[in-house]
Design a protein around this ligand. Structure first.
Ligand SMILES: [Zn+2]
Length: 306
């Protein structure tokens, strides 16, 4: 049971308790009236003058006194009335004159009920506000839950280039006299993207899933790796939000081939083309990549949990 339904249950029982107290108070108030006399102020003064009052208790409240007591005549007959605060001193004087024992007391110990009843709307209002707050919080959490958590992964790959091998980047064969050396087709872009996806999903790297010692993957089309990675993500209820990659190659120019590469990658990953972003760089003639001896790629993948 979550905290929201706990609050609802609590409020339900609280409302029932207040309703019960209210009803009980109404019934017992009627009973009180039926049991005792309710003389007017002048009737009461007449009784005092006649010496018919046995004992009196004054209950203090902010603007008036609740006067309760018992008659001497008729015996065992109770009464209660409310007198204005200003009238109380005179009344007390008259009662003392007649030798009637007077007790003045603060709020009755049993008066927590009216206090509670008076406070009930406030308590219910506070309860309702708390309930609303809880609702809003749980709705917020649900909305966040729908958005899911985001996770990112990084991938990197490099392959040496050799004369006479097909140059395959992003699943597309480019017209060039050199190509990557590798167990599979040596597609650096596909490999980097695959590693980024596996990394974001916490599923290791491409080597653990497609070991280059396995003859099954010899000369394999690397888009198959992406298709397999996509299946692994689905099993973990992860969706591809975005893939961004950069390929570093001295020659040839990659830009013109990007639309086809994005299409091939998006198709393998089962996502719209807009979710695949590609960039190209040269290595400014520096190092192996700059001398045209290698091709490298970096990729970042963002996943959301469903
Ligand atoms: Zn590779």
């Amino acid at each position: 049971m979550n905290s929201s339904s706990n609050t609802k249950t609590l409020l339900f029982w609280l409302s029932l308790v207040f309703l019960g107290i209210l009803l009980w108070k109404l019934v017992s108030a009627n009973g009180d009236r039926a049991r005792g006399d309710e003389p007017s102020y002048s009737e009461f003064i007449a009784k005092v003058d006649a010496g018919d009052i046995k004992e009196v208790v004054f209950y203090l409240s902010p603007n008036s006194y609740e006067v309760q007591g018992e008659y001497a005549r008729p015996a065992n007959r109770k009464f209660h009335l409310t007198v204005p605060k200003e009238a109380a001193p005179t009344l007390m004087g008259q009662l003392r004159e007649k030798g009637v024992p007077i007790k003045v007391t603060g709020i009755r110990s049993g008066d927590w009920v009216p206090i509670l009843l008076n406070a009930a709307p406030l308590i219910l209002l506070v309860g309702f506000c708390l309930f609303l707050m809880r609702q809003m919080q749980s709705r917020g959490r649900a909305a966040l839950g729908r958005l899911g958590t985001t996770r990112s992964g990084i991938g990197y790959d490099l392959h040496r280039l050799e004369e006479g091998r097909p140059l395959i980047v992003g699943g597309i064969e480019l017209p060039f006299h050199k190509g990557p050396v590798g167990h599979s087709d040596g597609d650096v872009l596909a490999h980097a993207v695959c590693d980024a996806l596996l990394g974001a999903a916490g599923l290791g790297d491409i080597g653990t899933h497609f070991p280059d010692s396995d003859p099954k993957w010899k000369g394999a089309n690397s888009l198959l790796f992406l298709e397999h990675a996509k299946k692994l993500l689905e099993e973990k209820k992860l969706a591809i939000e975005h893939v961004d990659a950069v390929v570093i190659l001295e020659k040839p120019k990659l830009g013109p081939h990007f639309p086809k590469m994005r299409e091939a990658l998006a198709k393998s990953l089962g996502v719209p083309v807009e979710k695949i972003h590609l960039k190209a760089k040269t290595n400014e003639g520096v190092d192996a990549v700059g001398r045209g001896e290698a091709i490298a790629a970096h990729a970042v993948a963002t996943l959301v949990s469903r």
